[in-house]
Ligand binder design. Structure first.
Ligand code: ADP
Ligand code: G3P
Length: 525
């Protein structure tokens, strides 16, 4: 039997999963680690803890599987994206804690870049918007604040990496300083059209090129782990950011294939093929996990509050005792009884981009009860996701020629016009024929059925919902001959359940229109 070890380094925990050659899970281990909040809006991780928890889970997973490193054909790495580590190449010591993707401290720097008119250049080169989310301004902040970092950087002593690079460095005992295209595309410094660092943006952010990792395709032998790390050297042959890795693990290899991950928030990615296109509908363009040197892209949008609304029902409203109870409560009523819940607790993300929107429940009557609110809360996850897929569909139906900007997140407004005033009055999905799902909340059948009903296309839940780790395993297995090609992977991907739409389309559109009205109330209560 051939085994692949996937290292899945997430925001709140490090996990390791052993897969067999048929993509089945053999063993899994997980460890949480500290979240460090030095100031409001700041979030840090200790890079050494990221490494020690990842290593511990890798060893545990091998032990649970009853195998040794010699039985493992390859390692694949997938990781929380954008989180930024800068370390000293000689000592291997980080010069600062990792600045996590959620951290907002670089916002003033972003404001300066916007004032200098850099937005179009960023959008046309990286597919992104200027935002503190991405790594570029986090690197700048560390160079500006870690003692002696400027001089050390100028002398070529420092290395930057997203978490994959940091793990690669540690696994190889400091021999490999590299990343893959999907992680590089989250830095705001990478020309995704040509798969190379962009000297113009590096100059604008004053980031020396000597800091940067080499960039390779996502399926590539990056190096071998040191023998003493896991007991024998293992090729590290796949690397991808977690959302792109999930897209790959869902076998979404072609334009129009889309996945949605239902976790705390939702991350929806749609493969966009090999043609670089910026969004006119409030999304970002990112590099997909790339098995070869040919650039491939994905459209991406995220919902801030998805499964988190269920946590709020539990911890804020005390309507349920555990997340799994939400389905039974919601099913105790035939529908939401006209209640609409917009969980804009932290503003609204794509495609609305309304940071000041706040959570809103509309349509309450004397007859409304906790079950209606629970049902509306679950439905809100599906409405937000439908709005994202609709935005993607519109981008696919009306591709924008390169060189045009606008419609960027932050441009807001457009997505808030009444649905009847937009091409999306009928739910246009631009040829998307199904939505593949994963993440903790995709176990909820009521939610999945409602999602299919709204979209009018099947929602498909695969047998392995650990698709993030599976994607990294696929990438590593492709580079080491475990699997020959993408067709073989597509054939291996298996459906656990398919939710077929049953709602008449005019009813779905009526509901979407009511949702959009509720959104407008959340934006301007
Ligand atoms: N049966 C359920 N129905 C709806 N949501 C659920 C259910 N079980 C868990 N969740 C939600 O799923 C989320 C956890 O999913 P997970 O993929 O582990 O998230 P993350 O990776 O963001 O931590 C939580 O927000 C939780 O409320
Ligand atoms: O670790 P997760 O699952 O929260 O994912 C984080 C994303 O990669 C952030 O862009």
């Amino acid at each position: 039997m051939t085994y692949i070890l996937a290292l899945d380094q997430g925001t709140s925990s490090s996990r390791s999963i052993v897969f067999d050659e048929r993509g089945r899970i053999v063993a899994m281990a997980q460890q949480e680690f500290r979240q460090i909040y030095p100031q409001p809006g700041w979030v840090e991780h200790d890079p050494e803890e990221i490494w020690s928890t990842q290593l511990a889970t890798a060893r545990q997973a091998l032990a649970k599987a009853g195998i040794t490193a010699r039985d493992v054909k390859a390692i694949g790495i997938t990781n929380q994206r954008e989180t930024t580590v800068v370390w000293n190449r000689r000592t291997g010591q980080p010069v600062h804690n990792a600045i996590v993707w959620q951290d907002r401290r670089a916002e003033p720097l972003c404001a300066q870049l916007r004032e200098h008119g850099l937005e179009p250049q960023v959008r046309e080169t990286t597919g992104l918007i200027i935002d503190a989310y991405f790594s570029g301004t986090k690197i700048r902040w560390i160079l500006d604040h870690a003692p002696g970092a400027h001089i050390a950087a100028a002398q070529g002593e420092l290395a930057f990496g997203t978490v994959d690079s940091w793990l690669l460095w540690k696994l190889t005992g400091g021999r490999v300083h590299a990343t893959d295209v999907s992680n590089a595309s989250r830095t705001m410094l990478f020309d995704v059209r040509h798969n190379r660092w962009d000297t113009g943006l590096l100059g604008a952010l004053h980031v020396p090129e000597s800091l940067l990792p080499h960039v390779y395709p996502s399926s590539h032998v990056f190096g071998e782990s040191d023998a003493d790390v896991l007991g024998a050297p293992i090729p590290i042959a796949g690397v991808a950011g977690d959302q792109q890795s999930a897209l790959f693990g869902q076998a979404c290899f072609k334009a129009g294939l889309a996945k949605n991950t239902y976790g705390t928030g939702c991350f929806m990615l749609m493969h966009a093929g090999g043609h670089f296109q910026t969004s006119a509908n409030g999304l970002i363009t990112t590099s997909a996990a790339q098995p070869t040197t040919t650039p491939e892209f994905a459209l991406e949008g995220s919902v801030f509050i998805a499964g988190a609304v269920v946590q709020w029902l539990r911890d804020g409203l005390h309507a349920i005792k555990s997340s799994s109870e939400v389905q039974a409560l919601a099913e105790s009523v035939p529908d939401s009884g006209g209640v609409m819940f917009v969980p804009a607790f932290t503003g609204l993300g794509a495609p609305y981009w309304q940071p000041d929107a706040r959570g809103t429940i509309v349509g309450l009557t004397r007859g409304s009860n906790a079950a209606h609110i629970a049902r509306a809360a679950l439905e809100s996850i599906a409405y937000q996701s439908a709005a994202l897929l609709q935005a993607m569909g519109r981008d696919l139906s009306a591709p924008r020629p390169a060189g045009t900007t606008g419609g960027a997140p932050g441009g807001a407004g457009a997505a808030l016009e009444p649905p009847s005033a937009r091409p999306g009055a009928t739910i246009v999905l631009g040829g998307v024929t199904e939505l593949r799902v994963d993440g903790g909340a995709c176990v909820n059948n009521l939610l999945m059925q409602f999602q299919a009903d709204l979209l009018g296309i099947p929602v498909v839940r695969p047998q392995v919902i650990e698709t993030t780790a599976l994607g990294a395993a696929y990438l590593a297995g492709l580079a080491t001959g475990v699997w020959k090609n993408l067709d073989e992977l597509s054939a291996q991907w298996q459906v656990e359940r398919r939710f077929e739409p049953t709602l008449p389309r005019d009813r779905a559109e009526e509901l979407m229109a009511r949702w959009e009205r509720a959104v407008r109330q959340a934006v301007a209560p």
